[in-house]
Design a binder for this molecule. Structure first.
Ligand code: A2P
Length: 351
């Protein structure tokens, strides 16, 4: 089995390499791919240095059985079809293909059957990995939907700097010391404090702050990140009329997205009944106070603060956290690859 990792030098790429190693995915050969900037450098894989290849190399996908893409939307849009043409199945972590009707959008614990079968493989040869915030919300929402019939939800996210990749983490890290050193200004003149540092990745200075805009402004004042929560949730849960009210917020956390969710169901719901449905759900753990820091580096999504609504018996309020680079990205990507293998959708080529 020859597996290509596209975006191997990035924040998600690093976890993809580690998970392929740790979960002993049966790849005999790995092809690490990044931009021309990184080509020729080396990264370790299974104890050996692997030379990084440029995505623009014409033969980079030759003999590749499976390609895991995590190098941004425009890169995937342009290059995933090249990998498919070369005979690989693609699992794509970008937003490029998610809403394509011929591309399954898969959370392995939620809608694994949409991945296809050897007789009905994914039509485009591409399987999409959902947005990290949507992914985290899907686990508890699916557990609850199966019991209480979901009508809609209001979600306010608290998204980590790492959601914007390594550059998002670096920008936050560079802001912390200068602002900490200007302690008085943080209290007396925050606007001047914010100007002490630069921001290019996040919409405003993120250290010691909360930034209620992330992603590109899309329609009616919502951002594309917020609309992903609407559209991807509908597709994954197979509920085209799901009513979703999203607000996405960036917070000064390195990795780990959190979401406060208020969900409405057709049936009445109690906190105890909700907890019993969520407790055994695969990939989900119940915590009294789930925090993103304590779930950074962990595979599980954690749900807590589960409360029946004070006024509406059809509404449940809860808080969910998950490592956006793991379950929100690299882990689900590798789990999809494992699913493809288990279902006979990928087999090593005869070479
Ligand atoms: P590179 O390191 O060579 O720029 P992150 O999400 O952490 O920012 O990482 C993005 C990943 O996607 C990196 O591995 C980066 O490689 C890769 N990447 C970004 N743009 C391209 C491109 N045009 N072609 C190939 N790889 C790309």
């Amino acid at each position: 089995m020859r597996v290509a990792v596209v975006g191997a030098t990035g924040a998600v790429g690093r976890d993809l390499r580690r998970l392929l190693e740790e979960r002993t995915f049966p790849c005999d050969e790995v092809v690490l791919v990044a931009s021309e900037r990184s080509a020729g450098g080396v990264l370790p894989f299974r104890g050996r240095d692997q030379v990084i290849r440029a995505l623009t190399d014409r033969d980079v996908f030759d003999g590749v059985d499976l390609a895991l893409f995590s190098a941004g939307g425009s890169t995937s849009r342009e290059h995933a079809p090249r990998a498919v043409e070369a005979g690989a199945l693609v699992v794509d972590n970008s937003s490029a293909w998610r809403m394509d009707d011929e591309v399954p959008l898969v959370v392995v614990e939620v809608n694994p059957d949409t991945v296809g079968t050897p007789h009905r493989p994914p039509p485009k040869g591409i399987i999409a990995n959902p947005n990290c915030t949507t992914m985290t919300a899907m686990l508890p929402l699916k557990a609850l939907h199966d019991a209480f019939d979901l009508v809609g939800f209001t979600a306010t996210s608290f998204q980590a700097a790492g959601g914007a990749g390594q550059k998002g983490i670096d920008e936050l890290a560079a802001q912390i010391e200068p602002l900490f050193a200007a302690g008085d200004l943080l209290r007396s003149d925050g606007r001047s404090a914010a100007k002490l540092v630069e921001h290019h990745v996040h919409e405003a200075t993120l250290a010691f702050n909360v930034v209620p805009l992330l992603g590109a402004e899309a329609a009616d004042g919502y951002t594309d990140e917020e609309l992903k929560l609407v559209n991807e949730s509908r597709k994954i849960l197979g509920l085209p009329d799901l009513v979703v009210t999203p607000t996405c917020v960036r917070v000064p956390v390195t990795v780990g997205h959190s979401i406060a969710i208020s969900a409405t169901f057709q049936r009445q719901v109690t906190a105890a009944a909700a907890l019993s449905r969520m407790e055994g759900f695969p990939g989900l753990v119940v915590e009294h106070v789930p925090t993103p820091l304590e779930f950074a580096g962990r595979d599980e999504v954690a749900v807590g603060r589960v409360r029946a609504d004070l006024f509406d018996p059809h509404v449940l309020n809860f808080f969910v956290v998950g490592d956006n680079l793991l379950k929100g990205a690299a882990l689900n990507t590798v789990q999809i690859a494992e699913l493809l293998l288990a279902r006979g959708l990928i087999t090593a080529k005869q070479r």
